[in-house]
Design a protein around this ligand. Structure first.
Ligand code: SAM
Ligand code: SF4
Ligand code: SF4
Length: 365
């Protein structure tokens, strides 16, 4: 029997008193606001089976019209208010963020922002790597510091089955090499592991990236959105990944880089670098979750699994002042009680839920 995990709906209207951000926001579970993920397009040139399966994202699928997207000026204005509220790290995502026209201009605008203490932001980007060979140098020149590249297999046939658009592994590896040469580092490589689909690639991927300065991170396949037909038995638990790699190349756990880090870290005992594991299914990390997400059309989501977002674009385009925007964001964050993954863990494995959740390609990873 499946259980339903309650998801807080967003109110239709945002009514908040103007406020001066002090960088001290805390939500209902005392979590500060530190990270902002910004989705800059809902489009993608891949059709990863676990994210934008072709039978849903087909030629009739209706994407957002350009007028619905936040402009670079709107994104930068919202980001500035978030930074005043305590955000130190911004990640651009999508869809495929490198598809948004002139996105290097946005990178430059965000790179110019400073924290209240005068520090630059930790500015990064997650990409499928398809356009990276072409764009790496321009991104670095625009002020991007580092990058995460998704790659689910080293075997071409497996990778093509997963991206479902016949895209070759070698082209992503070229993109990674270009990013490295451009000085975008440290580079993280994200591999979503789906049992029966690419779990035989865990060891080849580990061996390949062990010999590089890049950090490979294994991501448990998640029940994001309503399109991917998620089943618990398709999740390969992180513990199993550690066991498989360790049997061949012994690993030992290491401390997190900072509190709230999503990945748990292991290093090779022979000194050959480290790996990360993002275990949002088997080891929920909601209690440390300091992330807000801004969708392509300007909705603020306080959880990856939320069914609805708060419409900041309506405020932006309705003439709200920065103080009013800050008041709305403050009110939303103070009211936040999301802990979907923890609740899912507590519920039956293989659960289904009633509420319609937002798609990963729309909100970003
Ligand atoms: N298109 C870019 C990419 O693939 O890197 C950025 C957006 S993508 C939605 C961000 C990350 O989410 C990727 O690393 C992707 O593999 C991951 N992702 C997408 N759907 C997922 C799912 N159902 N479970 C776990 N990770 C997922
Ligand atoms: Fe596109 Fe990234 Fe989703 Fe794959 S995971 S379909 S590359 S948005
Ligand atoms: Fe954060 Fe929601 Fe994921 Fe929990 S389920 S870690 S609250 S995004």
């Amino acid at each position: 029997m499946s259980k339903t995990i309650p998801i807080q709906p967003a109110p239709a209207r945002l009514d908040a008193a103007p406020e001066t951000p002090r960088g001290l926001l805390a939500d209902q579970l005392a979590r500060p606001l530190r990270d902002l993920r910004i989705s800059i397009t809902d489009r993608c040139n891949f059709r990863c089976v676990y994210c934008m399966p072709k039978h849903v994202f087909d030629k009739d699928y209706v994407y957002l019209p350009h007028s619905a997207l936040l402009s670079f000026e709107e994104i930068t204005r919202v980001a500035r208010v978030f930074v005043a509220h305590g955000v130190e790290k911004i990640r651009l995502t999508g869809g495929e963020p490198l598809l948004r026209k002139n996105m290097e201009d946005l990178v430059a605008m965000l790179a110019a922002l400073r924290t209240p203490a005068g520090q630059p932001l930790d500015l990064t980007l997650t990409t499928n790597g398809a356009l990276l060979a072409k764009k790496a140098r321009g991104l670095k020149a625009a002020g991007l510091q580092r990058i995460t590249v998704s790659l689910d297999a080293l075997d071409d046939a497996t990778f093509k089955r997963m991206n479902d658009v016949d895209f070759a592994v070698a082209d992503v590896l070229d993109g990674i090499a270009a990013a490295h040469a451009a000085g975008l580092g440290p580079i993280k490589i994200n591999m979503v592991v789906k049992r029966g689909m690419n779990d035989d690639q865990v060891l080849p991927m580990a061996r390949h990236f062990k010999a590089t300065p890049h950090v490979l991170r294994f991501i448990e396949y998640m029940d994001v959105g309503a399109s991917n037909g998620w089943r618990m038995d398709e999740v390969l638990p992180s513990a199993e990944i550690v066991r498989r790699i360790s049997a061949d190349m012994p690993l030992e756990p290491i401390a997190p880089n900072y509190s709230g880090e999503t990945a748990s870290r292991y290093r090779y005992r022979d000194g050959g670098g480290e790996i990360g594991l993002i275990s949002s299914v088997t080891q929920a990390f909601c209690q440390d979750c300091t992330r807000a997400r801004l969708s392509t059309e300007g909705k603020l989501y306080t959880c990856l699994f939320a069914s609805s977002g708060h419409d900041l674009r309506a405020l932006l385009r309705g003439g709200a002042s920065d103080a009013e925007l800050a008041g709305a964001i403050g009110q939303i964050w103070r009211g936040r009680a999301d802990r979907y993954s923890e609740l899912r863990t507590a519920a039956t494995p293989g659960l289904g839920d009633g509420a319609r959740k937002v798609e990963m390609s729309y909100i970003g990873g």
